[in-house]
Design a protein around this ligand. Sequence first.
Ligand code: T3D
Length: 258
Amino acid sequence: MYETILYELSDGVAVITMNRPEKFNAFTEKMNKEITDALKQAQKDPEVRCILFTGAGRAFNAGQDLGDVQGGAVDFGGFLRNRYNPMILQFQKTEKPIVAAVNGVAAGAGMSVALACDIRLASDKASFVNAFVNIGLVPDSGGCWFLPRIVGIGKALELAMTGEKVSAEEALRIGLVNQVYPAERFQEEALAYARKLAALPTRAIGLIKRTMSRGLEMGLEETLEYEAFAQEAAGSTEDHREGVAAFMEKRAPRFQGR
Ligand code: T3D
């Protein structure tokens, strides 16, 4: 169904794999649109309770395919507004956990996409390059929004201004990634992590994502009010009832994502 990505669903996890390994999975217009569409599909499908986002081959993603933009006559504003911005917004709008399994280098908009995911797992062979400055550009695809929020403004400015490569080990140290696993067992560890998330109360997780994201933009009073609204929604789910019942009965909960 898709040409540039793979989409597979098993055990509640939708695995989206960017699949242009010979080009380090660099973005084309088709790939931007297929990713946006796949995220919408995962959002709609009640079977999907976690999304695992990864790259085929040696790289996670090397950003825009520079072969498509060489020559300089690019309408950058239109390019971003039509292709990249809707894709990045779809990561935020998807009220299910999205885990980036960063299997290799994540550069330029490829790094921004990893930042737009909720949790980042890295292979010990992975690396991050805020490559925009290296070609005279500014971080885009949410890079200027996510990066300072994840690592703090001082580190974000350093990474964006120097365009230097950050190893997986350093990424863990500065909070850019949540976990690092050896490359030999990376895919299975990432899948196991995603399966664990898929077994949790999906609607509460969606509400956590939305509330925390809005909280970054709001004051305490507004956030308290939004928490009350979110808690009303979470408190009316079957999973909440199951969680309390399981606690009282001293057994493990069986959440259904409803
Ligand atoms: O118009 C616009 O540009 C607006 C949109 C902006 C969004 C952006 O993402 S801007 C940033 C674009 N990305 C980059 O500038 C990154 C360019 N790539 C690199 O800096 C390096 O390739 C990497 C750091 C990603 C990896 O380095 P390394 O040494 O591990 O690998 P390599 O040898 O450089 O690359 C391997 C192959 O992938 C190579 O192909 P070949 O020679 O084996 O046939 C290389 O050309 C290809 N490749 C890597 N990045 C891209 C790419 N091909 C097309 N586009 C790429 N971005």
